[in-house]
Design a protein around this ligand. Structure first.
Ligand SMILES: [Zn+2]
Length: 134
């Protein structure tokens, strides 16, 4: 696979519900979304990889006062994806007021959602998490 991943390629892959990340050639830690340097060791040598669309909620918070253009309340979570990559996004499909610590450790499916641009940003594809019922 090609060794670089541009933000545009990442956006295009999200539109197709594929999740591309970068594996550090030095320490093997995965980074997603793409960045110029490895968050773990600072290397700039990467291999582009497809990452699993399943993950586990590691932590979350409920936003009740949101930035301009966002409608609270909503849940922001940090999800550990396959291959050790971490990804931040919103948990959708559950009522934010019902969120509690039992969410931690639960499995989610990662999907992509188009967020309309506002005064500060353009339209952007972003990952969202849906609970996997067991
Ligand atoms: Zn590294």
């Amino acid at each position: 696979m090609e060794s670089k991943l541009t933000f545009k390629q990442y956006q295009n892959s999200l539109q197709e519900n594929r999740f591309l990340g970068l594996e550090c050639k030095n320490c093997r830690v995965y980074t997603i979304p793409p960045q110029a340097v490895c968050r773990s060791c600072g290397s700039q040598e990467f291999i582009q990889r497809q990452v699993s669309n399943k993950g586990i909620i590691k932590t979350f918070t409920v936003i009740r006062i949101a930035a301009d253009g966002f409608k609270p309340p909503f849940i922001v979570a940090m999800v550990e994806m396959g291959q050790g990559a971490y990804l931040m996004g919103n948990i959708v499909g559950i009522e934010p007021d019902s969120a509690n610590m039992e969410l931690i450790g639960k499995k989610v499916e990662i999907k992509a959602k188009l967020v309309k641009g506002d005064l500060y940003s353009k339209d952007i594809w972003t990952p969202v998490f849906e609970m996997i019922s067991v």
